[in-house]
Design a protein around this ligand. Structure first.
Ligand SMILES: [Zn+2]
Length: 432
């Protein structure tokens, strides 16, 4: 007898065929049964012989796919994998430089500036791509990581970017002489080259601030290990210091040509700030742990709380690698660290901004001050009839530039009593 089932009953056949009693008891032994496989032979278990199924043993449905585990299938699989590899390699991108430019730029702009500097040395093609797209890559990086620091630490302008007539006003010997008289001779900052860089008040201040970042960073290991910063006796100029400040000046000059170098300076300063704000707690644990161990048997119910960090900087802020935490309320940086002695107490130097109590946010310069300073220089130092004689001689250098800038902000915010008036004719610094 041929045991067949209709297509509709095929699925049940493997299990039901066994339980369906044969039509005739006597014919069972005589007739030969042929099992018709309806599915794939490989995935079906062979049906047990019917004579074995007459027993009343409970039946277990074991119709599962058999794992392919023969030498032959393994060999086949290997061959297929090899074939696949061979064919896919040809279509895959072999170098990240083959990615679409926008995508590649996006990937690179997630790195930090020093990582990009390393990438520049990878090969010529990578270097060429980064340099060709340096402006947009660094714009993304600065926007993502250092948007606050970039506003607080603008670059000075090269003198070549200043119109020729204004250059003459800036380089007016009488003006340069006054600058030299009023400029504080800083030990830790090399004076800018007036023949290369704009010497308006804003640019002088920008130059000093960027050089300061590099000097502060240089002495971080000293502060970290509580090793005193070498003192320089007044009136002396040791070689090591000249070399150091000269090196910093060259980096800042380079930053005026390369946005990537500028972004690296901002990265450096963020690292210094984070280092400084977390140093107290990093240096403290050994002492407090020992103390805690000593007092284990007394168990103080109120253990001393760790000191609150400036800007409430958290481990999340640190791992984010951005300056976003500087947007929180904190002390303003009105005082320029004029000596390395200031580094011991310097927490976070973030100049050129003021906290607005009413708006509950920081106010920044709008970047137009350089043009205004140039206008003043033209007004006072161009050899126009009467202008030099009646001009308030050297007024722009008679007060500390940072202080005067803060006076202007104070005036705008209606808190003019905080600082002494600068006396420069009510020039108001636009802020945003
Ligand atoms: Zn300038």
């Amino acid at each position: 007898m041929l045991l067949k089932s209709s297509p509709a009953a095929q699925d049940d056949e493997t299990t039901n065929a066994a339980t369906t009693p044969p039509r005739s008891e006597e014919s069972q032994d005589e007739e030969e049964y042929t099992i018709v496989q309806t599915g794939s032979a490989a995935t079906r278990r062979p049906l047990p012989k019917l004579k074995d199924l007459d027993d009343d043993e409970p039946l277990i449905d074991t119709t599962v796919a058999l794992p392919l585990n023969s030498k032959k299938t393994k060999r086949l699989q290997k061959q297929q994998l090899k074939k696949k590899k061979r064919t896919t390699v040809r279509t895959e991108t072999t170098s990240f430089l083959e990615l679409p430019a926008e995508l590649l730029e996006e990937v690179i702009s997630h790195l930090i500036p020093t990582e990009i500097s390393v990438l520049l040395r990878l090969n010529k093609a990578t270097r060429a791509f980064i340099l060709a797209n340096e402006t947009s890559i660094t714009r993304s990086i600065i926007g993502r990581r250092y948007s606050i620091l970039a506003q607080c630490f603008p670059l000075p302008y090269p003198l070549s970017s200043v119109p020729a007539e204004t250059q003459a006003a800036l380089l007016n010997p009488r003006r340069q002489e006054l600058i030299n008289i009023h400029r504080r001779p800083y030990q830790h900052i090399k004076p800018l080259d007036a023949g290369k860089i704009c010497t308006c008040t804003t640019c002088l201040l920008a130059w000093n601030n960027l050089n300061l970042i590099l000097d502060v960073a240089h002495f971080q290991p000293h502060l970290e290990t509580r090793e005193p910063i070498p003192m320089i006796p007044r009136g002396t100029a040791p070689e090591w210091n000249l070399a150091l400040t000269d090196q910093h000046a060259r980096v800042v000059e380079h930053a005026m040509q390369s946005r990537l170098v500028y972004a690296s300076i901002l990265q450096t300063h963020l690292a210094s700030i984070v280092n400084t704000l977390t140093r107290q707690q990093r240096l403290r644990p050994a002492k407090s742990a020992a103390k805690h161990h000593h007092n284990t048997h007394t168990h103080s119910p109120n253990p001393p709380r760790p000191p609150k960090r400036l800007y409430n900087i958290s481990t999340t802020d640190i791992s984010a690698g951005t300056d976003a935490f500087l947007a929180r309320a904190g002390p303003p940086s009105y005082e320029f660290p004029f000596h390395r002695d200031n580094y011991y107490t310097l927490q976070a130097y973030v100049p050129n901004r003021k906290w607005s109590e009413s708006l509950k946010r920081w106010m920044y310069y709008d970047g137009s001050q350089h043009d205004k300073d140039l206008a003043l220089a033209r007004q006072w130092y161009l050899p126009q009839e009467g202008s030099v004689l009646t001009a308030p001689v050297g007024l722009e250098m008679t007060k500390d530039a940072a202080e005067r800038a803060m006076v202007r902000i104070d005036k705008l915010l209606g808190t003019g009593n905080m600082r002494e008036e600068g006396g420069e004719g009510g020039s108001v610094l636009p802020i945003r």
